[in-house]
Design a binder for this molecule. Structure first.
Ligand SMILES: [Zn+2]
Length: 498
């Protein structure tokens, strides 16, 4: 049977405001001892009154605008009634009929093409406290109680588990660019429930969905959905496809989903507008002020890097993955460009020189940054914000490579030293005597020595065993302490051995 998966996501993002959603307690409770960042409001004492955190609302609007949602001019907080030990009020303050924002979409990139994932809504709510389950008891930490959350509900637009994972990763990146959340799944800043149903390919109808909870990592989302696709496919094949909505939990140890309690319908929560909180009213002006202050978002940055610098899609993806890396790259490019223009100013206008050389410069900068510099950073376990190499020095280093003043093994030595000490690359090059040997007479002398010392190999080469060229270049390179220009050595060998 040819079945098509229909997948939707429900995502909670913790907003990193200074204080909680409806009280002035610190919102950094995850780093504090249990039950220390609490007050009568977030502990749900009777007679206390919530006050909306303006910063949380602004962050929610930012996120909604970046997701292309329509901000409701008026949105209303509602009480979602249910009982659980982590919810002392007996209800959670959320939004129901009039959420902060409706619609919207986020584009995910799949190789060379893009897919638009449409959204249902984005609303604000408060987080519950956190339960810790032990063998014979449950302990509750109320530090998390009242943390601001943005809940995002997607349309069932995903067709593969990989798409769902890509979407979550893009959403995390977006939240980080907007500085509204660290969106770390492992720390619970970003939490996701996925719902999935199958249907015979070609049908338009939706079948009862199964919601999967307890997905604590991107990998878990992808694996749980993959597991459900095969489980539900089997049910379809057996003629017992799910007839009602169900809730299942992901068991990380067993790598499978297990049945949980039946899902409540929204009617069970008896939502009603919270009488303690006034509606949120937004003027056109307030929204457009926030809109115009949005930073450049990841997808726009990717497209610009391709267009402006001629960077490859693969490089751009990695560069933009961390805003600090993207900034570093751009600073290095800008320095490199100034150098390039000064160096070649007789050859045309600065635009012409840039147009001719940008691809080569960009390739070198992105290449050395993402491979060698990343390797050094990973070995030390540090981020780009902590390295001693300034973008200026990195650009200068690239110009040495660009001009072939150093060969690639010397360049690696220089970069390592720059990484260790932060010193200037030209200085290291001179100090360590690493300037590339280009002088024909010196190279020829070394080539002659190698030819004389290896008559057998020379004979083989001349009989057609041409891969020996690499061996000869290696020997000559050794002779010249690794500083020679390998291309030139190759040329001389080919010439002399003809
Ligand atoms: Zn509080």
């Amino acid at each position: 049977m040819n079945l098509e998966p229909i997948i939707g996501l429900e995502i909670h993002i913790q907003l990193k405001t200074k204080s909680k959603m409806f009280c002035s307690c610190s919102n950094l409770g995850e780093n504090e001892p249990p039950n220390t960042t609490v007050c009568p409001i977030c502990l749900g004492h009777p007679g206390t009154l919530p006050v909306v955190n303006e910063e949380a609302v602004k962050m929610g609007v930012k996120l909604a605008l970046a997701l292309n949602c329509q901000i409701n001019r008026q949105s209303i907080f509602a009480r979602k009634n249910y009982f659980y030990p982590d919810l002392p009020k007996g209800y959670q303050i959320s939004q129901y009929e009039s959420p902060l924002a409706l619609g919207g979409h986020l584009t995910i990139v799949k190789g060379d093409f893009e897919q638009r994932i449409n959204l249902e809504r984005l609303h604000l709510e408060e987080d519950a406290a956190k339960n810790f389950h032990f063998k014979d008891k449950v302990l509750v930490d109320f530090n998390r109680s009242g943390t601001p959350l943005a809940e995002i509900v997607s349309k069932p637009d995903f067709r593969t588990p990989q798409d769902a994972r890509n979407f979550l990763q893009e959403l995390r990146l977006l939240a980080r660019y907007l500085k509204v959340s660290d969106a770390d799944m492992e720390k619970g800043h970003l939490r996701c429930d996925a719902n999935i149903s199958l249907r015979p390919a070609g049908e338009e109808k939706l079948y009862p969905k199964t919601e999967i909870k307890n997905l604590n990592s991107f990998k878990a989302v992808e694996r749980a959905l993959t597991y459900e696709i095969s489980r539900q496919s089997r049910l379809w094949e057996e003629g017992t496809a799910p007839r009602t909505q169900a809730t299942r939990g992901w068991d990380e140890n067993e790598q499978k989903t297990v049945e949980q309690r039946d899902k409540e319908e929204s009617a069970d929560y008896r939502y009603f507008p919270d009488p303690d909180l006034p509606p949120l009213i937004f003027t056109e002006e307030a929204v457009s002020d926030i809109q115009s202050a949005l930073p450049e978002l990841p997808q726009a940055k990717r497209l610009r890097f391709v267009k402006e610098y001629g960077a490859t899609l693969a490089d751009v993806h990695t560069l933009v993955e961390d805003e600090a890396v993207a900034d570093y790259f751009e600073k290095a490019i800008s320095e490199g460009r100034s150098w390039l223009e000064a160096e070649n100013d007789a050859l045309g206008t600065s635009e012409e020189i840039w147009a001719l050389n940008k691809q080569k410069l960009t390739k070198l900068i992105a290449g050395w940054l993402l491979s060698e510099l990343f390797k050094l950073m990973n070995a030390e376990g540090i981020g780009i914000g902590d390295i001693k190499i300034t973008p200026e020095n990195f650009a200068e280093f690239i110009t040495l490579v660009y001009q072939r003043k150093v060969n690639s093994s010397a360049a690696q030595i220089i970069l390592k030293q720059m990484f260790a000490t932060g010193a200037d690359p030209s200085h290291i090059m001179e100090e360590e005597d690493l300037t590339q040997l280009d002088d024909a007479a010196t190279l020829e002398e070394a080539v002659a020595k190698v030819i004389q010392a290896n008559p057998e190999q020379v004979a083989d080469y001349q009989k057609g065993k041409t891969p020996l060229l690499k061996f000869f270049i290696g020997l000559a390179m050794k002779e010249l302490k690794g500083k020679a220009n390998p291309e030139k050595l190759g040329e001389i060998f080919r010439d002399k051995l003809r």
